[in-house]
Design a protein around this ligand. Structure first.
Ligand code: COA
Length: 260
């Protein structure tokens, strides 16, 4: 499929989505959102893809936010539609059936930070910068930032970042547990690919069910989450791959996954 604002390619078991508006620091406009959604659909339906990597083109930015020229035109009615559209896409990422890894290669501001927060795993390059600068533009985060950041970093840190609009560097993000790892920019994609390779070696249905169980931990009480975990565990017990994985261990051999 031909895209104008992103590049979608497969490498090994990874579906790599590169947001590709380097002259605008990969800012998210409506076309980017549409194409990002379409590329995710391609990755979702492709059984060769074990996990998705989302990154930005160039060395300067992951995503420098929603496109401010589009924000400039919003009113009360279109603002609601704008927020709901981005929220729906980022929720799709959060609930994606395969792990989605953000490889954050520079500025991740506003909608860029929100995109990173929606991904399951975040690896940042040393030059990455995070921030929610919306209040400097007279708006608030609209793609889930005020909700996900509270859950990821706690209310105090989230409030500070959102009401000051201050940027934090990659090491600070690591200390605040907002990212899983910080690596040199030259190693960013290879690190993400290593993680994809590990995931590709595991039972695909188990990976998908595990993502659902983790999502339940965020969306429900612990008691409800336990019930959901038991149901998902039971489903995993009904798969051929569970028979294969446990038998392979007992027979001291490598498992061959069937994905069923
Ligand atoms: N929307 C639209 N265009 C953007 C953009 C955004 N969010 N972020 C950057 N750009 C554009 C700039 O307008 C500029 O375009 P131009 O060359 O046609 O003038 C180009 O990208 C390069 O950005 P520039 O500001 O010149 O780079 P810089 O290195 O001086 O600064 C940033 C980098 C990230 C600090 C700065 O671009 C910035 O503050 N961007 C906006 C961040 C933001 O508020 N995002 C939240 C939106 S909710």
């Amino acid at each position: 499929m031909d895209f104008q604002t992103i590049v979608y390619q497969k490498s090994g078991h990874a579906g790599i989505i590169t947001l590709n508006r380097p002259d605008k620091l990969n800012a998210l406009n409506s076309t980017v959102l549409e194409e990002l959604g379409a590329a995710l659909n391609l990755a979702e339906s492709d059984s060769e893809v074990a996990a998705v990597i989302i990154t930005g083109s160039g060395e300067k930015a992951f995503v420098a936010g929603a496109d401010i020229s589009e924000l400039n035109k919003l009113n009360v009615a279109t603002g609601k539609e704008f927020a709901e559209r981005g929220q729906a896409l980022f929720q799709h990422i959060e609930q994606f059936g395969k792990p989605v890894i953000a490889a954050i290669n520079g500025y991740a501001l506003g909608g860029g930070s929100e995109l990173a927060w929606a991904c399951h795993i975040r690896i940042a390059s040393t030059n990455a910068k995070f921030g929610q600068p919306e209040v400097s533009l007279g708006i608030i985060p609209g793609y889930g930032g005020s909700q996900r950041l509270v859950r990821l970093a706690g209310r105090g840190i989230a409030t500070e970042l959102i009401v000051t609009g201050n940027q934090i560097d990659a090491e600070t993000a690591l200390r605040l547990r907002l990212v899983n790892a910080v690596v040199d920019q030259s190693q960013l994609l290879s690190n993400a690919m290593k993680m994809v390779d590990l995931i590709a070696g595991r039972a695909p249905i188990a990976v998908r069910l595990a993502l659902q169980a983790i999502e339940a931990a965020v969306q429900s009480t612990q008691r409800e989450g336990m019930k959901i975990e038991a149901q998902l565990f039971a489903l995993s017990c009904g798969t051929d791959d569970k028979k294969e994985g446990t038998s392979a261990f007992l027979e001291k051999r490598k498992p061959t996954w069937k994905g069923r």
